[in-house]
Each structure stands twice: as C-alpha cells, then as structure tokens.
Ligand binder design. Sequence first.
Ligand SMILES: Nc1ncnc2c1ncn2[C@@H]1O[C@H](COP(=O)(O)OP(=O)(O)O)[C@@H](O)[C@H]1O
Ligand SMILES: [Mg+2]
Length: 267
Amino acid sequence: MAPDTLTVTQKNDPLAEAGHRKDPTAGLGPGNEAEDPLVRVRGLSRRFGSRTVLDSIDVDIGAGEFVALLGRSGSGKSTLLRALAGLDQDIEGQVHVPAKRAVAFQDSRLLPWQKVLPNVALGLRGDRPVERATAALDEVGLADREKSWPKELSGGEQQRVSLARALVREPELLLADEPFGALDALTKVKMHGLLRELLAKHRPSVLLVTHDIDEALLLADRILVLDEGRISTDVRIPAPHPRSIAEPELSTLRTALLQGLGVDPAI
Ligand SMILES: Nc1ncnc2c1ncn2[C@@H]1O[C@H](COP(=O)(O)OP(=O)(O)O)[C@@H](O)[C@H]1O
Ligand SMILES: [Mg+2]
C-alpha cells in the first residue's frame, strides 16, 4: 500500500480491516491542500428544516479523475450532486466547480417535443452547433436516430442521447446521478463500455452517483461513501481497465464496501 494511506483503527470496521479505509486527507499536498483540484468542496452542509443531510463535507476531485459516490438510499448523494451542479442555492460552505460542467440524470430528461438532434444541440454555443451535435450522436452510435422523437427510443438509447448532450459541451466536470439505474443488466454493461470509451476521449472529471457497488468498482478511479452526512470512506482503485469484478482485489473491496454499507455480502 502506498505510504500516504492511513488505515483508521476504528473497531469492527470492515474497510479498515481490509486495509481500504483511508484518511480523507491522504494524497493531499502540504497543509492537506490538493494541488489545484478541479473540484474543491469545504465545509459543505445542507439542512432541510432541522435535518442535516450533508454535515460539513470536504472533498476534492482532481482533473480527469473518475469518482463514484455510493451511499444508502436517502444518504444525501443526490443532494451533494445537486450542490456541485449549482442547482441548490440553500447550501452552506464553499463549493468550487468549473463553469464547464454537465449533468446527467437517471431519466434522460430529453424534451419530448423536440427530435433527437435538436435535443442534443439545445443551447449549444460556439461554432457549428448542429455539426457538433451530429458528431456527438455518432460517437454514441445513434447517428441514424437524429430525426427520431425521444419516445421512439429505448431507455438505453435515450441515455446515450443524454450522454451525447452532456459531452458535446466538452465539460470539465460531468455530474451523473444514477444514469444507468433504470437500465436492464445487459444494456448497462454496454453503457459502461461506451462511457469509458467516451471518457478516454473527452477526459472530464466525473462524479458518478450510484447505488451499484459493482458499477463503481468497474468504472471509477476512486470511491466515496456518504454516510450520516459525512464521507465515511475514500478509497482509490488502482486496477487497470478493463476490469472484471472477479479480480481478487476488487472482490475483497466489494465485500468490505457492502459491509460498510450495512449489507450482508452473503445475500
Ligand atoms: N427538497 C427537499 N426537501 C426536504 N427534504 C429533502 C429534499 N431533498 C432531499 N431531501 C431529503 O434529504 C435526504 C437525502 O436525499 P437524497 O440526496 O435524494 O438521497 P439519495 O440520493 O442518497 O438517495 C432524504 O432524506 C430526502 O428526503
Ligand atoms: Mg438520489
């Protein structure tokens, strides 16, 4: 294990026992400041009435880094993503994110009264928006569907359009909230492959909210777990791509993450 990792000595902590829980400041530079992170969050809190959903969160995301955010349902994952997207004005704390960011959700949020191509080109600035939107559709394998209505596409195809719409903007930060959560298993596997291909080309930083541990393990450079308003786990996954969930290192980490999320891995 790299010397900058620190194992927390919390009792009965499966992640610590597996050697995977890190000091959240590990890897940061002198004074615990990451060197010029793309995303820098300090003391982020969000309360709804008397409920504190995010409790003074600190997190950095580096340029080009792919971070998956796990957590139980209701733990605040979407709340954190919305804060980073700039969609929530009622937060406390500091959130520095690049202006060039794009958001993708579980439902593709395509405008039903627009065909596929104008949906991708919508609001696109700069030169030749239609040509760029056409090229983006080609990248996600949907060049022949540009004149279709959204409702004529399958769920997987709609999500591919949603990815094209996000990436055509060449975001520095892609924020995705369970984008594959409603897809069947086979389509999801294909989408994972497509996403990795697109990211290799466009190289944005990514925050992927997911409840799917395998998805996080297969795709991300780093996994965060949100629990009781705090980042309870921050772990790097150095395995090269493409990955298989059967790899022993990932399998051990998977068990530890499941236990950390309060799920019995035997089920
Ligand atoms: N606009 C809101 N008003 C009141 N409570 C909210 C609002 N948005 C989210 N919450 C609450 O915050 C908690 C976290 O929600 P959310 O971030 O959607 O969780 P997750 O995405 O992890 O499932 C939930 O208990 C939810 O009910
Ligand atoms: Mg959510």
